[in-house]
Design a protein. Structure first.
Length: 402
């Protein structure tokens, strides 16, 4: 996030605090990528979810965490891109967007390295690709940006149900051997062979992982492409909120509280109903996929938006909590990647090799280790160096490229 004039100093602290809060929430979910087989990221009964506490952690994660913080992070990413554009809007030459495209290109490379080495669900690649299209909508009004966000969510849900809908139909028609149901069980259910393969992948050495992930870059891009509409929706929403001056801290507290209550009042019943649906059905893969990736998306975005409203209403730039979160937010790229480094050290075969040895609840508890680390080290690092190491690399490489 750029440094704004002195009149915007308080606003930038608040936005950095929002970003720090988002990075914390992403760590709460990313721990499952490192600690458990991939099917267990969404499905609590596949692996590591035998106890009542594990089920409770899944419900809390599904309702309050999963994809809400990704939404918040993407919103702030879109807002940050628009802020940078407005900062340099005096330059009306044809190449005024070149620095933006350079930043996106460098971010994509960082995300690709992060995905190959550490987290298969890396979001930086999707942010970079979706960010390439932001100049197309940067000149629109806040209302138009909100409409684009709604439209992109609709595209995401519609396309997702085209992919997953037949599996849901086949499940309720008891066609359990259909291709759609078998596909869902391999990726989101309890297929034994698929689960064993995921366990083997979690225990592979670093060299094998790099070779496998490098050889499957096209497959990675296909998965990333499927997430572009929902990520672009969140970015457009963030741009609209900046243009509407909500993220500039200019909305009244009562208005923020009222909108937060409305968003949460719609989102929470929807998410609770979806969690009851899959739980009552026994967590079948045919339902876990569409519910986690598709049907929850509108509610995830609404609750992420509610978080933004609440924090803008309660954060104070002079408070210790805000300043600590802001420090973590200013190092958001570094903290995002360093969280993966710490998780890899704990769970990967080239670290302590603890993959698959913890329950869901235990893994969630472990996620507080990198969170505590980032909250402790970020203020100290900024005090000495003024900028995060990966932020410095990103800025320097982008300037060289542009």
């Amino acid at each position: 996030m750029p440094t704004l004039p002195s009149s915007g100093a308080e606003r930038i602290v608040t936005l950095d605090a929002l970003r720090g809060f988002a990075v914390i929430g992403i760590a709460w979910m990313n721990v499952y990528v490192f600690a458990l087989p991939l099917q267990a990221y969404y499905n609590p009964v596949v692996y590591g979810g035998e106890g009542a506490m594990d089920r409770l952690v899944w419900i809390v994660s599904f309702v309050f965490i999963e994809d809400k913080f990704r939404t918040l992070f993407a919103m702030l990413f879109g807002a940050g891109c628009l802020m940078l554009h407005e900062r340099h809007s005096a330059h009306e030459d044809a190449g005024r967007w070149r620095p933006h495209f350079a930043r996106m290109a460098v971010l994509f490379v960082i995300g690709l390295a992060h995905a190959v080495l550490f987290a298969s669900n890396d979001v930086l690649r999707a942010y970079a690709l979706a960010g390439m299209a932001l100049p197309l909508v940067a000149g629109l009004s806040s209302g138009a940006l909100y409409a684009i966000a709604v439209g992109c969510v609709a595209v995401h849900v519609g396309a997702g149900m085209v992919v997953f809908g037949s599996g849901v139909i086949d499940f309720y028609a008891s066609r359990m051997s259909s291709d759609a149901v078998l596909f869902a069980n391999r990726n989101f259910g309890d297929d034994p062979a698929a689960l064993q393969y995921a366990l083997d992948l979690g225990r592979e050495d670093l060299g094998a992982r790099i070779a496998r992930r490098s050889a499957n870059l096209s497959g990675q891009l296909s998965a990333v492409a499927s997430s572009l509409p929902i990520n672009f929706a969140a970015m457009a929403l963030g741009m609209g909120l900046w243009r509407d001056r909500m993220l500039a801290g200019e909305w009244r507290t009562f208005r923020l509280q009222r909108l937060a209550a409305i968003c949460a009042g719609v989102a929470l019943p929807g998410l609770l109903a979806l969690s009851w649906w899959v739980s009552d059905a026994g967590f079948p893969g045919a339902l876990m996929g569409p519910v986690s990736l598709v049907l929850s998306a509108p509610f995830d975005m609404l609750l992420g938006l509610a978080y933004a409203f609440v924090l803008m209403a309660v954060l104070s730039s002079s408070g210790l909590v805000t300043r600590t979160l802001a420090a973590a937010g200013r190092l958001s790229l570094t903290n995002y990647v360093m969280t993966s480094v710490l998780f890899a050290f704990l769970f990967a075969s080239w670290g302590l090799g603890l993959f698959g040895q913890f329950s869901r609840a235990q893994a969630f508890a472990i996620s507080f280790v990198p969170i505590a680390a980032m909250l402790a080290w970020s203020p100290l690092w900024l005090k000495v160096f003024g900028q995060g190491p990966l932020e410095r690399v990103w800025r320097g490489a982008s300037r060289a490229l542009s």
